[in-house]
Design a protein around this ligand. Structure first.
Ligand code: ZN
Length: 134
């Protein structure tokens, strides 16, 4: 598999509206707009920085994965996303290497990306997202 770069850092926030002030007003990053991924019960907002992006994640439902994360750990880095060349091939290879996958098959993420998560049990506690974009 080929990992191309860190695509984005996923940061869980209670509110994108309030949370984005630091990234825009203080750090001067550009707010690229937000998008709701209904299946994941999350609204995401992207802030490009160099070759990567900051992704803020706000829950849209109390039983969603981000709501559960916030409840347990509070605001903070929730996942790290690596851009790969071919996500299906990457998942196959990781599976063969015994890495625990949360998603056996890629699903639709924000911005039309194909994404899949690896289980933190196999990654020293880091929720790793793989993503492939055109
Ligand atoms: Zn992400």
């Amino acid at each position: 598999m080929k990992v191309l770069k860190i695509d984005h850092l996923g940061i869980a926030v209670n509110s994108i509206d309030q949370g984005k002030t630091f990234w825009t007003d203080v750090l001067g990053l550009k707010f690229e707009g937000s998008e709701t991924v209904a299946e994941q019960k999350v609204t995401t907002a992207f802030f490009p920085v160099g070759e990567s992006e900051v992704e803020l994640l706000e829950s849209t439902a109390p039983d969603g994965p981000i709501a559960k994360y916030l409840e347990k750990k509070g605001e903070g880095i929730q996942h790290v996303a690596f851009r790969v060349e071919n996500i299906e091939a990457a998942l196959q290879e990781l599976k063969e290497k015994g890495i625990r996958l949360i998603d056996e098959k890629p699903r639709q993420g924000a911005g039309g990306a194909k994404i899949a998560f690896l289980h933190p049990k196999s990654t020293s506690g880091v929720l790793v997202e793989l993503c492939e974009r055109d």
